[in-house]
Design a protein around this ligand. Sequence first.
Ligand SMILES: C[S@@+](CC[C@H](N)C(=O)[O-])C[C@H]1O[C@@H](n2cnc3c(N)ncnc32)[C@H](O)[C@@H]1O
Length: 275
Amino acid sequence: MLTIPSRPGTTNPISSLPGAAGLAGILPTADECYAAARALAQRLDAKLIECPPPRGLYLACSPEALWLRLRTPRRELAVRAQLSAGRQAYRADRASPRGEAIARACGLPRHGSRQVVDATAGLGRDAHILARLGARVTLIERSPVIFALLEDACERASHQASTLSWLARMRLIAGDAGAWLRACAAKERPQVVYLDPMYPRQTTRAAPGKEMQVLQALLGVVDTADTLLQVAQQTASERVVVKRPRHAEPLAGEPPDYQIVGRSTRFDVYRSTPQ
Ligand SMILES: C[S@@+](CC[C@H](N)C(=O)[O-])C[C@H]1O[C@@H](n2cnc3c(N)ncnc32)[C@H](O)[C@@H]1O
């Protein structure tokens, strides 16, 4: 398990991650990206490649971002993590504890801090909103590839002075959240554990969005988040919040204590059951 304090100057943070299964390799897209691509290839135990593979997943190190790309015979899809620019930054700049359903579900006060563990960190967007609204968030991600994207977003954000306050409230951990939560000492217990598992079933006939197609190609559609609910309830000192598609079954078939329902998603809130 590896802990990364999110501040500028973090060095070699993903060196001890396991290899990135399913990845064709890492492609530097410009001369200036060679060193970073080589270092990442070494850390992820992946190949450095000179051109995109004919099909499959690869990471592209470009000057503006680290991209996860999926190439098919007909097209190429790309995903990056981005916190300090684009749509995510626009949303975060306007976020308020009352306006954001996730903040209400996590019980974020208008003032003061709250400890949240985001046990399924993914590309970090939900954790970012919580950190922007004052929460201290521990982000745990078990996929080394997704973790590399997340770390890239935090590293790029750290170049802007305006991000340093919320970035300092985010701590990245690479590894399995179940193991981390089980090892959580009583005094380290967060008030809130937040879960946003991959949702395997399509609720409509439409194909999944581009981002979901890339993530499913990397991670598969089956998630072990069901098993996280119980350990999360035992670890959180106050509540567990689970993000679900609005009409989905509750996680692990467990009815929540209450729900905050939005247009397309809802947040199921479970009172904790500390052991
Ligand atoms: C739907 S994504 C989360 C998206 C995230 N909420 C966001 O705002 O970008 C789910 C993520 O949880 C991760 N995950 C699933 N089970 C995990 C576990 N036991 N420990 C750590 N990460 C896990 C997956 O690798 C995936 O990246």
